[in-house]
Write a protein that binds this ligand. Structure first.
Ligand code: 13P
Ligand code: SF4
Length: 368
């Protein structure tokens, strides 16, 4: 299906009878269907999902936790994944052939995952192998297509999430001299820097111009960062940090490691969505926080902790538009399709792709 078809399909697919329902009616119907399907149905929800959806999740988590629970769940016939496309693909790879993974809206992609395609990756590997020989190992953030996970698995590498990137980069450097880190340059740079690798030993691979960007001796390069980023987290800036420091000197700043090096450097703490949640939960009443991550999660933390002063690091908040595609009408539509025995939006990763992708995921899960 072409992009235009997908976009059009996404907006038209909600049937009239659902569109005519009130929120309360939709919620009631979701509850009824969940009750009816029982353990045949499993709904994982990423922390960035809207409240209207997350209230129905059987489990909520960051991308590592959701991969782990998907791998463990062998019972559910239908996994209705409230997250984005790469997460649903991961769940499909990690579940068995009798289980169907459904993404309620096919438009829920990830702009970062789209910044590396398999052809660019194969070309980059070829050119980099000409330069560095057999000294490289690939690592890919789970925010990537199944085809890239498969490439990485086939070449001896692994997936990483923001929760275990340090562990995985350390592991990879025990295997080979150099890492090609896809597709988020910021997570790669922040992690490698924390592990003591200086910035001048990191290069950037530009997949559009097939060019390695680095000043100095190429022999010194330890980490090659794919030139990708998250369009949500790039909206947190040094200026935002300066404003918070000026207006709320007592406030602590915590950001997701998909933020730029400069932003992470000037923040007090950084961590995955789970780490951010745990940090806020453990902090004492009266503590003050500016959080640099997606707005559904920041809003939820504000609501759940009225005893703490919490703001978004960027006062204009930063939504992930693709995560937001999954809403209550799409969730209900997916569930009704299951009940009517005509499930739609099934995410099925090609068997050959899954075969090597699972190697990359298993290398991570074994160490997570
Ligand atoms: P987590 O791994 O922290 O859940 O983050 C996933 C993501 O997409 C962040 O933008
Ligand atoms: Fe992708 Fe960024 Fe959205 Fe996470 S927040 S799903 S990395 S676009």
């Amino acid at each position: 299906m072409g992009l235009l078809d997908q976009l059009t399909k996404g907006t038209n697919e909600i049937p009239e009878h659902i569109r005519a329902m009130s929120t309360e009616e939709m919620e009631e119907r979701v509850r009824e269907i969940k009750q009816k399907l029982g353990s045949k149905l499993f709904i994982p929800g990423h922390h960035y999902q809207k409240d209207e959806v997350i209230q129905f999740a059987d489990v909520t988590g960051d991308s590592l936790q959701l991969a782990q629970v998907s791998a463990k769940n062998t019972e559910a016939e239908y996994i209705v994944f409230c997250g984005v496309h790469f997460m649903a693909e991961t769940a499909d790879i990690l579940t068995n052939e009798n289980q169907k993974v459904i993404l309620p809206d096919m438009r829920a992609g990830c702009s970062m995952a789209d910044m590396a395609d398999i052809h660019q990756t194969e070309r980059a590997w070829e050119l980099l192998t000409d330069m560095f020989g057999e000294t490289m190992i690939p690592l890919t953030y789970v925010n990537s297509t199944a085809a890239i996970k498969s490439f990485v698995g086939e070449h001896g590498g692994a997936t990483v999430t923001s929760s275990n990137a340090h562990k995985m980069v350390e592991w990879a450097l025990g295997e080979k001299e150099r890492i090609l880190f896809l597709p988020d340059q910021h997570l790669g740079r922040n992690t490698a820097y924390d592990l003591g690798i200086p910035l001048d030993k990191m290069a950037v691979w530009d997949p559009i111009n097939n060019k390695l960007i680095h000043e100095g001796n190429v022999e010194d390069i330890i980490v090659i960062l794919w030139k990708g980023h998250c369009s949500v987290h790039e909206n947190f800036t040094v200026k935002n940090i300066e404003n918070v420091r000026e207006q709320h000197p007592e406030m602590k700043i915590i950001v997701h490691p998909e933020c730029s090096r400069e932003v992470v450097e000037l923040s007090d703490l950084n961590g995955s969505t789970k780490n951010i949640i745990d940090t806020i939960e453990k902090s004492p009443a009266g503590s003050q926080w500016a959080i640099g991550t997606e707005m559904n999660l920041v809003k939820r933390l504000i609501d759940q902790h009225p005893d703490k002063q919490i703001v978004s690091l960027n006062p204009y908040m930063c939504p992930c538009l693709t995560m937001n595609r999954i809403d209550l009408p799409h969730l209900l539509w997916s569930l009704e399709n299951i009940v009517d025995h005509k499930p739609e939006n099934i995410i099925k990763v090609d068997e050959n792709v899954a075969h090597n992708a699972i190697l990359a995921l298993d290398r991570m899960l074994a160490r997570a």
